[in-house]
Structure formats: C-alpha cells, structure tokens
Design a protein around this ligand. Structure first.
Ligand SMILES: Cc1cc2nc3c(=O)[nH]c(=O)nc-3n(C[C@H](O)[C@H](O)[C@H](O)COP(=O)(O)OP(=O)(O)OC[C@H]3O[C@@H](n4cnc5c(N)ncnc54)[C@H](O)[C@@H]3O)c2cc1C
Length: 318
C-alpha cells in the first residue's frame, strides 16, 4: 500500500467540497490517505478529514489566516511532500491550485496532470482524464515516476463517508527570508458561493437584452439555491462583474446543473461549462449552438420561461 497526500482547501475551517471528493477518491483506492491544510481553522478539520478516509491530518500554521501566498505555500507543500513521501498528491484545480502545483511539481521534478475531470487509481498506477483544446477533445494521461501530482476540477467525483479515525499533527512553520509578503486581502462584495464551487448555476447572456433582467435569474437562483453566472458578452457590456464570467477567459465550472439563458453557446463559453453534469439551455433560436451541448433544451423567450420555471420550482421545492 502506498501513500496519497491530499491538499485540503478551506476557508477558516470550512472545508471545500472538492477536498472531500479527493479524500473519497484516495480512500477508495485502498492506499493510506494523509492530508494537510494550511492556516487558521485547519486543525478543526480533523474529524471531517477522518470521516472521508484520511488517517492523518497535518495542520500547518504559518500565517495568521489561510490567505494564499504562492512562495510560502510552495515552501510548505514541498516540505510536507518530502516529510510524508507519497506516490501521489491530489489537489483541487482551483485558482490557488492552478498557481501552486506547477511550482511544486517543478521544484520536485514530478509528473503533473492539471485540471483533470477523471481519475483512476489502481494500486500505485494513476491515470487521469483532462480536456484539451478548450474541451473539444479529451486526453487520457498516464503518470510516471516516483511522485505524481493531479489537480482535479470540482464536482467531478462522488463524496462518501467512511468510519476511519484521523490523527492530528500540528506543525508550526516559521518561514524566513520570503521575498513576497502578503499585506492585505480585499474581499469582493459578494457573499454568495463562488461559481467554481456551486452545485447549481443559472447563467445569463446577451439574449437577456437588459441588465435589469438578471433579476429574473437571481429569483430563479434563490429558489434553486444556485449561483448566478454570465457570458462574456454581458461582462464586456458592463452588465455584471467579471467574477461572474464563465468560459475560456472566465471561470471553469462543473456543477450538477447548469442553466444557460439567452446564451448562444460560443466555443469560448462552452470551454468553461461543458463539464457540467446536466445542461439546460433556454434560447429563442432553435439553431443556437448551445442546444448541441444541452441535455434539455427549451426554445422560447426567457421573459416568459424564467418566471414560469421559478414559480413551478417554488411550488415543488417548498
Ligand atoms: C479570446 C476570446 C475569449 C473569450 N472568452 C469568453 C468567455 O470566457 N466566456 C464567454 O462567455 N465568452 C467568451 N468569448 C466570447 C464568445 O466568443 C461569445 O462572443 C460570447 O460567449 C457570446 O455571449 P452570448 O452568448 O451571451 O451572446 P450572443 O452570442 O449574442 O447570444 C445571445 C443569445 O441569446 C439568444 N436570445 C436572444 N433573445 C432571446 C430571448 N428573448 N430569449 C431567449 N434567448 C434569446 C439568441 O438567440 C442568442 O443565441 C471569448 C471570445 C474570444 C475571442
């Protein structure tokens, strides 16, 4: 049995679903699963890590909070990998993960597969599936060498609990000689769940005609417990902020349900959401390309369909 190291992402002790998915996948492989988390609140994750198959959690307190500093996190990650000696490191392909793991991989000269949507672990042999050419094709990637690192997109793997118990190892690191000092993190105004973590997304495009019509999507999102996203056309038009943009130059999302309203389905938009499990397209043009990707399509005017859907969902879900 080899060892798998899982990097736990959290916000002040609130673990991200993507980390639970990774723990579940690691534990299902019957290898030994150890995990590490950085920053304030990481020690309190011991029970949840244990419940999802982790036998040991390294809680690392090097900073006052868990804000990301690339230089510091690279130091910590390389250090903990050397200490635990895993054959595989699993981490989320979040904004943090996309920045951190190529650095760590370069330092340790490891195999690396990033932004994956599928993972198979057989003993110590690892194969990942990742989209290429903006999701037009998929590559099966075999990883070789003593150390392999895989970053996975969220919402691609199931989450399951087990009855394992977890030991906590508190590590205090005093980083010296850092060239980058994180002085301040200014939080965005939105308190809503980030698009990359959302299980349901309702996205709007230029077909909504007017920024005020995003209110209809917000109403639907509230009933469904969804997060609202957008196409680049409406972000460029200044209707909504860039943090809501889905696509090649926005966020890559993979929710269970993606509802695209008044979005044509340009390849650059599809690149960010085609990994969604179920796609519902609402568009008044039956030939819109989005319908080729959609699981379900509704041809019609959003102004009639969205309020009707909202009412129906309100009745069913109350
Ligand atoms: C380098 C590059 C990067 C890009 N990155 C991104 C990206 O990250 N994300 C992204 O989204 N785009 C991106 N784009 C832009 C992309 O090519 C498209 O221009 C954009 O996605 C179109 O947005 P849209 O679908 O909202 O608008 P449109 O293409 O104008 O589509 C509007 C749709 O609404 C429908 N509609 C109109 N009226 C109604 C109605 N009453 N009811 C229902 N439907 C209606 C229309 O039939 C149409 O299909 C990028 C482009 C480039 C060149």
């Amino acid at each position: 049995m080899g060892k798998i190291l899982v990097f736990i992402e959290h916000q002040n002790g609130q673990i991200k679903r993507s980390s639970l998915e990774l723990l579940t996948a690691a534990s299902a492989s019957k290898n030994v699963v150890v995990a590490f988390a950085i920053g304030q609140g990481s020690a309190q994750l011991k029970d949840v890590v244990g419940k999802h198959g982790g036998s040991e959690l390294f809680s690392i307190n090097a900073t006052a909070d868990s804000s990301y500093n690339p230089e510091l996190y690279t130091l910590i990650a390389t250090d903990i990998i050397k200490k635990t000696n895993p054959f595989l490191v699993l981490a989320g392909a979040s904004a943090l993960g996309k920045d951190l793991w190529p650095r760590v991989s370069a330092r340790l000269d490891s195999a690396l597969a990033t932004d994956c949507i599928g993972l198979s672990i057989n003993g110590e042999s690892v194969e990942a599936r990742r989209p290429v050419y903006s999701g037009k094709c998929f590559a099966r990637v075999g990883l070789d060498g003593a150390l392999k690192i895989v970053t996975m997109r969220p919402n691609q793997l199931p989450v399951q609990e087990t009855s394992a118990s977890c030991q906590l190892q508190d590590l205090s690191i005093q980083p010296g000689g850092l060239k980058t000092i994180l002085e301040q993190v200014v939080k965005g105004a939105s308190e809503k769940l980030d698009l990359t973590e959302a299980n349901i997304i309702v996205s709007g495009g230029r077909g909504l005609k007017d920024p005020a019509n995003f209110k209809l999507l917000e109403n639907l999102a509230e009933v469904l417990g969804a997060t609202v996203g957008a196409s680049r056309a409406v972000v460029d038009a200044g209707w909504v902020p860039h943090e809501m943009q889905v696509g090649q130059t926005g966020k890559t999302v993979a929710p269970s349900l993606y509802i695209a309203v008044g979005i044509s389905g340009a390849i650059q938009h599809l690149a960010g959401m085609s990994g969604s499990k179920v796609i519902v397209a609402i568009n008044n043009d039956a030939n819109a390309p989005i319908f080729q990707k959609a699981t379900y399509g509704i041809v019609g005017d959003f102004a009639e369909i969205i309020p009707a859907l909202t009412e129906e969902f309100r009745k069913v879900l109350k």
